[in-house]
Design a protein around this ligand. Sequence first.
Ligand code: COA
Length: 273
Amino acid sequence: MEILNYLPRDLLQDKSVFITGGGSGINLGIARNFAALGANVGICGRTSKKLEIARAELEALGARVSTSVADVRDYDEIAKALQECEKTLGAIDCLVCGAAGNFLAPAENMSPIGFKTVIEIDLIGSFNTARAAFDQLKETRGSIIFISAGQTFGPYFAQSHVGAAKAGIDNLMRCLAMEWGSHGIRCNSIVPGPIAGTEGMKRLAAGGYERKWIEAIPLGRFGTVNDIGQMAVFLASPLASYVTGAHIVVDGGQNLPGSGVFGQLISESLGYQ
Ligand code: COA
């Protein structure tokens, strides 16, 4: 997918970013956008094959790349991956906590291990990663971007585990923005809407409901991984040097109160659809 060219190509020259879950989906889209603006990129994930395919793509964009197999649930593994990245690319200027897990399960059927698994990947994994990256970010006065989700704002059916995890991430983000601001470390969250072609959408929008999903999005389309990648490079860049503790919603309006089913019923009753 073509990366848009609105920002100077050397905006992030000689900067390094480390992205958890960077081998695919939104996180790989973020990695591409950093690479296209001159940054070097560290990625980690659980599958070495995915990481190596991503490496080739990022190197083709001109980045130096560090890959590490690590599960964010394991503090020692993620700390080692960050050390390996530092050896290859130097102390990181930006951390993206993007690794996540999801499946649809109404609470009455969900196993306690299923609930715990998502909390461990999303919330505890984000803390582990931020904690392990603290010394590097303190050195560079860098920034952290947490990948949240619309479930942070309110209840979604069959998503109690993800809602609890993402709301936790956003509170963690604000705590760290407050505590680590004195070191020059900025912390923000991106709240992506439904992003086309991702594992998350395969899991959530299965069953032929694509058209209905799109009808519930005020901008009338799914997002792209570049929509999220562009916001991430903005947040990491000097353009956002006074932005911290913010939730930046990049969702085509999907989470606006009154969009979705209620908005459709009203607009239909007024003859607009
Ligand atoms: N419905 C209900 N429960 C489910 C489930 C589903 N579709 N998928 C997994 N679980 C439960 C399992 O039953 C298990 O609990 P149990 O031992 O009591 O049966 C628990 O979750 C852990 O599953 P497991 O597959 O062992 O965990 P894992 O660590 O290998 O995988 C997941 C983690 C479950 C999040 C897996 O879906 C995953 O790896 N996802 C990564 C990609 C992803 O989700 N991307 C979307 C991001 S938005």
